[in-house]
Design a protein around this ligand. Structure first.
Ligand SMILES: C[S@@+](CC[C@H](N)C(=O)[O-])C[C@H]1O[C@@H](n2cnc3c(N)ncnc32)[C@H](O)[C@@H]1O
Length: 196
């Protein structure tokens, strides 16, 4: 199954590097569930972490409002015309669900369609692994780190994508001033562990 899912992830539009998917899968496998990712887009990272959730008999909550980020809008670097709905809106939910169906991960991935700002204050489920790849602004990434980091169990891991972006690195460094320690990174993914 994993080699088929590897092909599906490779064909899914997104920004994860080749070594980062297997790395995230390995991190999740080492943690008790459930897991949460913020920023699923078309499901590339979801396939890798969802496979770990299935293997560990747990679920991955895949949180995204599916309306895209400022850097994905027309005229910007990450614009993808394939995810523009017929009414002109950016909407990745249909493609995301297609990815889940083709990977056979509907029972292991629970889509949560909403923003951290809305869902976070209502959340009440302890988490073992979190992947942060939502808003790439300093404010957005800090909010994700605070919100989802507060639900991490002791020894739980939180991984961040695109850490070469200075605003994301700053948000991680500030989070490390709290009850976290840094563990080994991979490419543009940095990882921190909740101490207690
Ligand atoms: C860089 S993409 C995620 C890429 C994905 N992880 C992959 O492997 O291809 C960022 C996603 O975060 C979502 N997003 C941005 N801000 C968000 C927020 N505040 N809450 C939830 N999702 C958000 C966007 O809609 C977008 O789909």
């Amino acid at each position: 199954v994993i080699s088929q899912r590897q092909d599906i992830a490779a064909k899914t539009y997104g920004w994860l590097n080749d070594d980062e998917g297997p790395f995230l899968r390995g991190l999740a496998l080492s943690c008790v569930g459930p897991y949460l990712e913020v920023g699923s887009y078309c499901g590339k990272s979801t396939v890798w972490i969802g496979d770990a959730a299935e293997t560990n008999g747990t679920v991955l909550f895949a949180l995204d409002h599916h309306q895209g980020s400022p850097e994905m809008m027309e005229g910007s670097d990450c614009f993808n015309p394939a995810v523009i709905d017929e009414d002109g809106s950016h909407d990745t939910l249909t493609q995301f669900r297609r990815t889940l169906r083709s990977a056979g991960l509907q029972d292991s991935v629970v889509p949560v369609v909403g923003a951290t700002e809305i869902v976070g204050p209502l959340w009440a489920i302890p988490l073992g692994f979190v992947f942060v790849d939502g808003s790439h602004s300093y404010e957005g990434c800090s909010l994700d780190a605070k919100t989802w980091g507060s639900w991490l169990r002791p020894n739980g891991l939180m991984a961040f994508h695109d850490v070469t972006i200075p605003d994301i690195a700053k948000a991680i460094d500030e989070t490390l001033e709290g009850d976290f320690e840094e563990v080994d990174p991979c490419n543009t993914v940095r990882v921190i562990r909740k101490c207690s």
